[in-house]
Ligand binder design. Structure first.
Ligand SMILES: N[C@@H](CCC(=O)N[C@@H](CS)C(=O)NCC(=O)O)C(=O)O
Length: 209
């Protein structure tokens, strides 16, 4: 059984979606970020930077932090969505999510959604970068069904929850034809629907705007 230490955020949803996709038994242990539970010593023992998500695999007592590392672990353990022969291309798109897409869109959330009016520089910078990310993803998905090629992989699972926050971005997902096609196709998967609302049964995947 996998224990998922998490909160209801895009990084948290990557792992609930993956666990639903591979059909592993799991239980959710909520980490209340608003109450700084992520900095409690028992949590920083398994997550050195005090970040969710983390999993503990109770079969071997292994704990894993960093969502990309967790997706690789679960992909290898299940043999799903991380084909060894496609590993090089999957790793590149996964690392692009971990190093660019997540951190940059995360900053856009901070300046544009949570703290508007505090820094014109920050708002403009991350709006522009997020817009560029939309464009680069759209370009990639023009030639490729999924991010790493013909098959749905952990790179898509890592990236999709960030685009599912598109209502906060004010960029207009529907203006990006290939990205919209990819977004909607993944949004229809049963495991994605379940993994998306893993902490809030009433939560609906945002429609295209
Ligand atoms: N690179 C990390 C980022 C994780 C991350 O930023 N988690 C956020 C929530 S989405 C968090 O735990 N924030 C709490 C904090 O920074 O205090 C991953 O992908 O796992």
């Amino acid at each position: 059984m996998i224990e998922l230490f998490t909160a209801d955020t895009p990084n948290g949803k990557k792992i609930s979606i993956m666990l639903e996709e591979i059909g592993f038994e799991y239980k959710v242990t909520k980490v209340d970020l608003g109450n700084n539970e992520q900095f409690k010593p028992e949590f920083t023992k398994i997550s050195p930077f005090g970040k969710i998500p983390v999993i503990t695999d109770h079969e071997n007592n292994e704990s894993i932090f960093e969502s990309g590392a967790i997706l690789i672990y679960l992909g290898e353990k299940s043999g799903k969505y991380y084909d060894q022969k496609d590993r090089l291309i999957i790793n590149q798109w996964l690392m692009a999510q971990m190093g660019t897409i997540g951190p940059m869109i995360g900053q856009h959330h901070q300046f544009h959604h949570y703290n508007p009016g505090k820094s014109e520089f920050g708002e403009e910078r991350y709006f522009k970068i997020t817009k560029r990310i939309y464009q680069e993803l759209d370009n990639r998905l023009k030639d490729s069904k999924f991010l790493a090629g013909k098959k749905y992989t952990i790179a898509d699972i890592a990236t999709w929850p960030w685009l599912a926050r598109h209502e906060w971005h004010d960029i207009g997902l529907k203006n990006y034809k290939n990205l919209s096609r990819w977004y909607l196709e993944i949004a229809e998967r049963d495991s994605v629907i379940k993994g998306f609302r893993f902490m809030d049964k009433d939560l609906k995947i945002p429609e295209l705007i």
